[in-house]
Design a protein around this ligand. Structure first.
Ligand SMILES: Cc1cc2nc3c(=O)[nH]c(=O)nc-3n(C[C@H](O)[C@H](O)[C@H](O)COP(=O)(O)O)c2cc1C
Length: 401
């Protein structure tokens, strides 16, 4: 019940992703939040106030000029009587109104009148998201300290369209809400952290690549957990489909080489947590053109060459961060391999886990790790990846003293 007693004003605007806000209401309430919904006129074309009211167990506010609602709470009280205003989905139209201070309907009037933190989850066609006016409006809203979650890359509800514009999933939005509403203690305030996350993609030719099954869930959660403890976090992420964590500066890369450069460009730092599943090898001399199948001929062998070792480079760098954490994803001799890595890579901690398919750890939501350091071995129980991240962030804060 990490949102117990929190009051969320949920503004639903008129996008196709409005159907997801029904699940979002459930997820927020499951965690103890009270959800007060406001719907734009267009939102009511996609989902009904009846469904929203049934799921939130309360009145649904739809009209700026409702005599009944104005006597009851009023749009100004609606804007202030909450801990957070959440806009999900946020249409291009509503963000345009917000960035210009328009207030000609209930959602925009509430957003202009509120003095509470505002989190928006944009959802729209990728062309709308990329359009110059939307880019300008987003930049203005960011300057106005509006928080964003997403949009994500992926398939749109409209068939055949893909790109950036999909609304973040309800659980990702809940995580962003939780992060914003739990300020807590900040033992890492003033500390700079670099986190890597996700897989790397190593090209074979312009259309094919070598990859691995890393989802980025653990690395992203660690970046968020360090930020929550006050660190200034740079996350360097390989290709993933999950949201950039809130309160973190994220750089997106594809290959191990690009990841190394991004990490080196982020130095100096106090903390480095190298979680990414960096490919050990890349294709030597990957082709600039698509390699064609030659009828009757066997496939050309792929020549591999070693990738840079990012953890080792950081662990032995002249600007080595004060605290370096490496991850060891193993399928056998987890502890032994972890200990060997600790020394060879110059890390302070190795977080070792067994990623054999049977464990479901790679790509899953849970993790079971062993913490290996010069002071010995600590085994943590099976935990959610968010819980591992929080525990590890506190451990780093404790060890940094
Ligand atoms: C079928 C359909 C789907 C739409 N989906 C979106 C969407 O995902 N995102 C968006 O920004 N606008 C979308 N629109 C356009 C908005 O509904 C329109 O701009 C509307 O005026 C938004 O009003 P509001 O911002 O007050 O909710 C869609 C329109 C239609 C007809």
């Amino acid at each position: 019940m990490d949102l117990a007693g929190k009051r969320i004003l949920l503004i639903i605007s008129g996008g196709i992703a409005a159907y997801k806000s029904l699940d979002l209401i459930r997820r927020l309430r499951e965690r103890g939040a009270e959800v007060r919904p406001v719907m734009s006129r267009a939102a009511q074309e996609f989902i009904t106030p009846l469904a929203v009211g049934a799921l939130s167990s309360g009145h649904v506010y739809t009209d700026l000029f409702s005599r009944e609602d104005e006597q009851d709470v009023g749009h100004i009280r609606l804007a202030r009587d909450c801990d957070l205003v959440l806009v999900a989905p946020a249409t291009a139209d509503l963000m345009a109104k917000m960035s210009h201070g328009l207030a000609d309907d209930l959602p925009s009037a509430v957003l202009l009148a509120t003095d509470r933190p505002v989190l928006v989850a944009p959802a729209m066609n990728p062309k709308m998201w990329d359009a110059a006016p939307t880019r300008r409006n987003v930049a203005t809203l960011q300057q106005d300290c509006i928080h964003f979650i997403g949009p994500m890359k992926g398939e749109m509800a409209e068939s055949g369209e893909a790109g950036t514009g999909r609304m973040a999933e309800p659980l990702e939005i809940v995580a962003a809400v939780t992060a914003l509403l739990s300020p807590g203690e900040k033992p890492l305030a003033g500390k700079k952290a670099i986190v890597t996350s996700g897989p790397t993609h190593e090209p074979i030719d312009p259309v094919r690549y070598i990859a691995n099954r890393s989802s980025g869930k653990q690395g992203h959660a660690i970046a968020a957990a360090l930020a929550k403890l006050g660190a200034e976090v740079t996350l360097i992420s390989g290709p993933v489909v999950i949201a950039d964590p809130i309160g973190v500066t994220t750089t997106h890369v594809e290959t191990a080489d690009q990841m190394l450069h991004a990490v080196l460009n982020s130095l100096p730092a106090d903390i480095a947590v190298m979680v990414a599943a960096v490919a050990d090898w890349r294709v030597a001399g990957s082709s600039d053109q698509k390699i064609k199948k030659q009828p009757g001929e066997p496939p050309a062998p792929l020549q591999l060459t070693e990738n840079p070792d990012i953890l080792k480079t950081i662990g032995h760098h002249a600007l080595r961060p004060r605290f370096v954490v490496g991850f060891a994803a193993e399928t056998q001799n987890v502890e032994q391999n972890g200990r060997r890595k600790l020394e060879a890579k110059g890390a302070d901690i190795i977080v070792a886990n067994d990623v054999s398919p049977a464990t479901g750890i790679m790509g899953g939501d849970r993790n079971r790790v062993k913490i290996i350091s010069s002071s010995g071995l600590e085994e943590w129980p099976d935990l959610g990846k968010d819980e591992v991240a929080e525990k590890l962030a506190h451990e780093i804060a404790r060890r940094l003293g």
